[in-house]
Ligand binder design. Structure first.
Ligand code: TYD
Ligand code: MG
Length: 453
């Protein structure tokens, strides 16, 4: 088969080269040159699934465009539907990224197995026997799922036409290869070309496609950033492999909000959605322990109660250690400085360790007050009432600042049986009467007087 014409382009400045070289002679950047197709108008390389005709598109008035046939495929997994903004839009292309072993293949295979429509699961990483073994673990006897172990894009297209599935899974985009490019699978040009042709097929046929994407060491999706621009939706599956939870988050969604998250737990028989995550995130220890505080945080649009653990001990060396897991270390240092300056606590000679339980990472500033409470609790060795929780940001002046969606946080805390919640006095609350006691405060000192009285 004749190869398509390719050339090498610098991804930084766009200069074209005849062959690959390590450094761009134009902009002097290293490792920016990749092979790209320069003739994409090849007839044989694009496949038509019999729906498109080469009509030129005309501008249309927005109110005249009908969206009725843009049906959403409702997946059997409600968490996944929610993260996608209410099901999978027909013809959309979703990229699912995540670290190895986090459960991407499991999640997608499970979706295929439970779906009543015909689905085609294409794996470039596992043999069909391996997939079958995984499917056996997940159960579901009756299904409509076809599997194919293939990496050649052209063969995959042929099978799509034969099977006519309602959903296509590609596991993973980094293993795909088109015969029109000499570059090896996983190279930037292969990933780009395969993705753009899959997108074309999805748009023409209306079949939704989910692509699995590998993640590089630094946590970004492997392959060019442009991949994320090309697809309609980017989902990220995260959470530490050793921890209980896996969180599915949407980073980009052309068909819905990006604030929703789905929470899963890996069990012996696949991934199970976690309906009430707060209950598991808070440990159920009987005895009172110091150094623990509960924060009501928002993960996307979902309120969650999480447990914050702090350990304060006398520093052995001159410079005290500050270490945090799941919480920004700079913010911890800032909060410690506030504590020292505004509340007169001498922490300079103390090591401070902070941990968010359940392997969670929180960015919500509403965690601040709980972090300070946990640190002081450990420092005083005084436990905080197990039924207390916190939802406020702390400012540099030691002021307790309001946070967004405070009523939702209060409701969640109340639902989970907390008796008291500490918030900022600046929060504007509606007239709703809560069973939970609300403590509005202006200064952190006032909060601690109540908590550690
Ligand atoms: P996998 O889905 O292959 O992850 P990825 O495709 O993201 O690399 O891996 C899932 C991990 O979960 C694997 O290490 C085995 C484990 N697992 C279970 O604990 N229970 C199960 O039912 C399955 C299928 C996998
Ligand atoms: Mg996999």
């Amino acid at each position: 088969m004749a190869k398509i014409k390719t050339a090498f382009f610098c991804q930084n400045c766009g200069t074209q080269f005849a062959k690959w070289q390590g450094q761009c002679t134009s902009c002097k950047e290293w490792n920016t040159i990749v092979e790209e197709l320069i003739n994409t108008g090849h007839a044989s390389a694009s496949i038509s699934l019999g729906t498109s005709s080469p009509k030129l598109p005309k501008p249309q008035r927005i109110k005249e465009i009908s969206t009725e046939d843009d049906k959403r495929l409702l997946l059997p997994d409600n968490e996944l539907n929610r993260v996608l903004g209410g099901g999978l839009v027909s013809g959309s292309v979703v990229l699912l990224g995540g670290e190895p072993g986090i459960g991407k293949s499991t999640l997608l295979l499970q979706t295929c197995l439970e779906l009543s429509e015909v689905s085609l699961y294409i794996s470039g990483e596992e043999s069909i026997k391996q997939i079958k073994m995984r499917a056996d673990r997940i159960h579901t006897a009756d299904n409509n799922c076809y599997v194919l172990a293939e990496t050649q894009l052209e063969n995959i297209f042929e099978q799509i036409v034969l099977v006519q599935p309602g959903l296509i899974i590609i596991d993973s985009i980094q293993t795909l290869q088109t015969e029109y490019l000499e570059a090896t699978a996983g190279s930037v040009s292969q990933i780009k070309e395969c993705t753009s042709r899959l997108i074309k097929v999805a748009k023409e046929s209306g079949i939704p496609v989910i692509l699995v994407g590998h993640i590089t060491k630094d946590g970004s999706l492997a392959g060019p950033k442009i991949l994320e621009h090309m697809v309609d939706t980017v989902l990220q599956f995260e959470g530490d492999r050793n921890h209980l939870f896996r969180i599915l988050r949407s980073l980009k969604n052309r068909f819905g909000a990006t604030s929703e998250i789905g929470i899963y737990e890996m069990e012996g028989s696949g991934l199970k959605a976690v309906e009430n995550p707060s209950e598991i995130l808070i440990s159920k220890h009987q005895e009172a322990l110091s150094g623990i505080a509960i924060a009501s945080v928002m993960e996307g649009l979902r309120p969650l109660l999480i447990e914050i653990q702090a350990l304060v001990s006398t520093a052995v060396y001159g410079t005290p250690q500050r270490s945090s897991t799941g919480f920004n270390a700079r913010r911890l240092n800032m909060l410690l400085a506030v504590l020292e300056k505004r509340a007169g606590f001498k922490l300079a000679a103390k090591d401070v360790f902070l941990n968010i339980t359940g392997g969670m990472t929180v960015n919500d500033p509403a965690t601040d007050l709980a972090v300070l409470a946990a640190i002081l609790s450990s420092d005083f060795d005084l436990d905080i009432n197990k039924k207390y929780c916190f939802a406020a940001e702390v400012g540099l002046a030691g002021e307790v600042r309001p946070v967004t969606r405070v009523e939702q946080r209060i409701q969640e805390a109340e639902k989970l049986g907390f008796t008291d919640i500490f918030i900022s006095k600046q929060c504007r609350l509606s007239d709703v009467k809560y069973r939970i006691k609300i403590h509005p405060h202006n200064k952190i000192q006032e909060v601690f007087q109540v908590v550690f009285k």
